[in-house]
Ligand binder design. Structure first.
Ligand SMILES: Cc1cc2nc3c(=O)[nH]c(=O)nc-3n(C[C@H](O)[C@H](O)[C@H](O)COP(=O)(O)OP(=O)(O)OC[C@H]3O[C@@H](n4cnc5c(N)ncnc54)[C@H](O)[C@@H]3O)c2cc1C
Ligand SMILES: *[C@@H]1O[C@H](CO)[C@@H](O)[C@H](O)[C@H]1NC(C)=O
Ligand SMILES: *[C@@H]1O[C@H](CO)[C@@H](O)[C@H](O)[C@H]1NC(C)=O
Ligand SMILES: *[C@@H]1O[C@H](CO)[C@@H](O)[C@H](O)[C@H]1NC(C)=O
Ligand SMILES: *[C@@H]1O[C@H](CO)[C@@H](O)[C@H](O)[C@H]1NC(C)=O
Length: 507
């Protein structure tokens, strides 16, 4: 008894005096802190549930419990806990608070802000075991754990007769996307992923699990829909879903094609003229990349229309008139990610690569702005063969349903947004020359494009933010006073401190 207390006290001393301030204390202390973290986590006094896994570098399960989609400026870990129960999530948070252990929750591991790299030798609170997917057909709801990825919900929902607004890839966690707003092809028809949320279970900085909804902790309910990673660890979330019968039985029309760079400006002008604003049930994702067969820059396009082919052909007439070589098909909603965009998803979802991203919201569409970005990244491709898997992605979405939600309903600040501009650099992990070029070109492309977004200053929503932006440009100056007040109320010791941390007071 006395012994256990002493070792607890000794650990506290180490974490508080050394690890809690890792930046100020160089590598010499890291090993000592690592040993103490191991001692703390493996102490029988923890009484972990039988299905909770504690792992350390070299253990078989450690790689999965800490895996990142992007290894550019990524966090590093000395230990991981993969809880099997909510009580053990509380236990981890209580330990982290008591001993000053730097940690980060991990659900899908797809957060890619460069600022995550500020967490070094930390603890991964890996939520991947909470991977349940439950559909309540009578209530028309979907309930998922944080380990559920988009790929886990698409077919079950469709087979049960439902669809829901999603992100555009199969691999991020549904909850991770939702708590940053969650943008995607159905923003025009259904709103943000966060707009479909009905309630969540959240373990707060106090270690207490709470239900958070419109009627339970309504202040947190406002804050977790846009700044969710700042307020606790969500263990489950329930979303409202829509019947397939309400939308062409869940069938959509897709139109995919490539154009060479010589035709890009004319194409962009067609979009600017005819699709600004985008109809609610139409969405486009454009990729400005390098064609490694022809060795030229190209625009790849994927247009999705939620409705019949006949209506789609009317809505897409100006695009069809371009006379490109099209691939078109009517496909069910749950196969959009798998089939459309020339099968972009598996490559886009590969983990453990440097993915160095620079993003902006866009409210208007600008052919000239896009073309300028295209010219700059083409220059990058020509001079940096090691970076030719990089791209600029333009996501063009309607925002009718997103804008119809009152601004005061959630903390998500960009309900007037109609698209996203993202330069994403990919290269070999050992290729430091290309990484350096990516940093330079990325910053240049982002600042060149900023005046064309339709916003008076550069803005970016939290899921796409790099972490080097002024916080007003991410969370919105009008939302920050209340967000900071809530941060201070619910996370006074700043446990949720990595990625896009809110301040304790603002201004
Ligand atoms: C290939 C790809 C496609 C994407 N597509 C879209 C898209 O279409 N739309 C869109 O809006 N975004 C998209 N994103 C961005 C994505 O929404 C964010 O990266 C999101 O944070 C990923 O969540 P995650 O759980 O996978 O990541 P993680 O890295 O596990 O978590 C991200 C952040 O959330 C915190 N967090 C994780 N789990 C929890 C939890 N259970 N409770 C509280 N906080 C938690 C983490 O600590 C971290 O700060 C995409 C990202 C990638 C890599
Ligand atoms: C890690 O995850 C992969 C993919 O889900 C899985 O196939 C593999 O078995 C996991 N490894 C361990 C050691 O759990
Ligand atoms: C872990 O075990 C507990 C107790 O049996 C159970 O309630 C829980 O669902 C399990 N967790 C997972 C992720 O399977
Ligand atoms: C390259 O361009 C051709 C012609 O547009 C196209 O068919 C092919 O799929 C493209 N290849 C890649 C890798 O994008
Ligand atoms: C494209 O470049 C590769 C590598 O530099 C080269 O092997 C290939 O022949 C080139 N293809 C064409 C069509 O020029």
């Amino acid at each position: 008894m006395v012994k256990a207390k002493f070792s607890t006290w000794a650990s506290a001393l180490c974490f508080l005096s050394l690890c809690g301030d890792a930046a100020a204390h160089p590598a010499a202390t890291a090993a000592a802190c690592k040993a103490d973290l191991k001692g703390l986590l493996t102490d029988p006094a923890r009484h972990w549930a039988v299905n909770t896994t504690v792992s350390f570098p070299g253990d078989a399960t450690f790689a999965n419990a800490t895996e990142r989609w992007s290894i550019f400026s990524a966090p590093t870990y000395s230990a991981a806990v993969s809880p099997g129960t909510e009580a053990d999530v509380s236990k981890v948070i209580n330990l982290a608070r008591t001993y000053g252990i730097p940690f980060m929750a991990r659900s899908g591991g797809h957060g890619y802000a460069a600022s995550f790299g500020k967490l070094q030798n930390g603890l991964s609170l890996d939520m991947s075991k909470f991977n349940t997917v439950k559909i309540d057909s009578a209530a028309k709801t979907l309930t998922v754990g944080p380990g559920a990825r988009y790929r886990d919900i698409l077919d079950p929902l469709y087979n049960a007769g439902f669809y829901v607004q999603t992100g555009s890839c199969s691999c991020p966690s549904v909850i991770g996307v939702a708590i940053g707003g969650g943008v995607g092809r159905l923003m025009g028809e259904l709103g943000l992923t966060a707009d479909a949320l009905q309630s969540v279970r959240l373990v707060g900085a106090d270690g207490v699990a709470k239900t958070v909804s419109a009627t339970s902790y309504p202040d947190l309910w406002w804050a977790i829909r846009g700044a969710g990673a700042n307020f606790g660890v969500i263990t489950s979330a329930t979303f409202k879903v829509q019947t397939l019968a309400s939308n062409n039985n869940g069938n959509v029309f897709m139109l995919d094609f490539y154009l060479p760079k010589e035709k890009s400006l004319d194409y962009f002008k067609v979009i600017e003229k005819h699709y600004s604003p985008m109809p609610a049930n139409l969405a486009a994702v454009l990729v400005l990349n390098w064609n490694s067969t022809l060795n030229v820059s190209q625009v790849g396009s994927d247009w999705i229309f939620f409705g019949t082919e006949a209506d789609a052909r009317k809505a897409l007439a100006p695009i069809l008139a371009l006379g490109a070589q099209y691939i078109s098909a009517t496909i069910p909603w749950n196969k959009i990610i798998a089939i459309s965009g020339a099968g972009y998803d598996p490559e886009n979802c590969l983990p453990n690569k440097p993915r160095n991203s620079f993003s902006l919201n866009q409210k208007v569409y600008s052919a000239v702005g896009w073309q300028q970005g295209f010219e700059t990244i083409t220059d990058f491709f020509e001079k940096n063969p090691g970076g030719r898997a990089s791209q600029i992605m333009l996501e063009l979405f309607g925002n009718q349903a997103t804008a119809a939600v009152p601004a005061s309903e959630t903390c998500w600040p960009w309900r007037d947004v109609r698209g996203f501009f993202q330069a994403q650099f990919v290269y070999d992990a050992t290729d430091s020359a290309t990484q350096q070029a990516a940093n330079t070109y990325g910053a240049k492309i982002r600042s060149q494009y900023a005046p064309y977004t339709g916003y008076s200053k550069p803005t970016v929503f939290v899921n796409y933010a790099r972490g080097d932006e002024p916080i007003e440009n991410v969370f919105g100056a009008d939302k920050l006073p209340r967000l900071a007040q809530l941060k201070h109320k619910y996370d006074p010791s700043n446990l949720f401190a990595y990625g896009h941390p809110l301040p304790q007071s603002y201004p």
